[in-house]
Ligand binder design. Structure first.
Ligand SMILES: [Zn+2]
Length: 273
């Protein structure tokens, strides 16, 4: 059966196959069997498109099963500027994602090697960094120092959280300071840039890793394409891609998803022997 026939079949009025058995690739539109897609780490086997992962899926493909323990999952929501509808939006994001903020942090093992790990999710208010994300990343690094652990952070962010204005921008300095203390303690920090990584996160802890890995196909930059468009300036095509940044020396490794875990294993072994 061709993909077109399968799609037509799935959309038929009398189709009794559960829709969640199949996922359409956003790039090539091929229908993919969900179980095969998961086995392929949510990468399309037809065109290589990397599906965006939740933090829970990212943990599943990165660390040892059942090894993750969350840190600071009880962080309160704050609304320092009394911004209209902000707390309600944040509460909804909590219910949708199962996360307390746009970052999830904790301790896990990777092939038995203990590490402090942070992950970000665009589904939580665009993965934006306000006080909560800044605090989680800072505490992650400080606990890593206390427990003598390497740090790995999977970054994904639209940038600073506009509802927190300058308090959001302060998180850039706070997380950068924590990364500096981690470095002074002699502990490695590996930053993994996933699709997309922009704004205040790019301009702070995302690009401060001792090793900076980018996942294939990830977009990255400071001002995102929509912001640049508002300025009326024209940006050459392809500039804000992992591939361009790799070619121009901004990142150390450009890897398909399947190779990220083995690369982390190798680097952590080197660093923590
Ligand atoms: Zn595809």
């Amino acid at each position: 059966m061709t993909a077109e026939n399968q799609r037509a079949d799935m959309q038929g009025a009398h189709c009794d196959v559960p829709a969640d058995l199949w996922r359409a690739c956003p790039d090539c539109n091929q229908l993919l069997y969900a179980r095969d897609l998961e086995a392929n780490l949510w990468v399309c086997d037809k065109c290589g498109s990397h599906f965006r992962l939740s933090v829970w899926q990212r943990l599943q493909v990165t660390v040892d099963a059942d090894s993750f323990t969350v840190w600071d999952g009880d962080l309160p929501l704050t609304d320092p500027l009394d911004f209209p509808d902000y707390l309600g939006k944040a509460q909804k994001a909590r219910e949708k994602t199962g996360m307390s903020e746009a970052a999830l942090t904790g301790r896990a093992t990777l092939d038995g090697i203990p590490l402090a790990i942070g992950l970000m999710d665009l589904s939580f208010i665009g993965g934006s960094m306000g006080w909560g994300v800044g605090e989680l990343v800072t505490r992650l690094m400080e606990r890593a120092i206390d427990q003598h652990l390497p740090v790995v952070i999977f970054c994904a962010s639209g940038g600073a959280r506009m509802q927190e204005s300058l308090i959001s921008l302060m998180q850039m300095a706070k997380t950068s300071g924590a990364a500096g203390r981690l470095r002074a303690a002699g502990l490695p920090y590996i930053s993994v840039l996933t699709h997309p990584t922009y704004g205040g996160v790019t301009a702070s802890f995302a690009f401060l890793g001792d090793f900076i890995i980018a996942e294939q196909g990830a977009a990255m930059g400071f001002a995102g394409p929509r912001v640049v468009e508002v300025t009326g300036l024209r940006m050459p095509p392809g500039v804000q891609t992992a591939e361009f940044q790799y070619e121009h020396g901004m990142i150390d490794m450009l890897l398909p998803r399947r190779e990220i875990r083995p690369a982390l294993h190798t680097m952590l072994r080197w660093c923590m022997l």
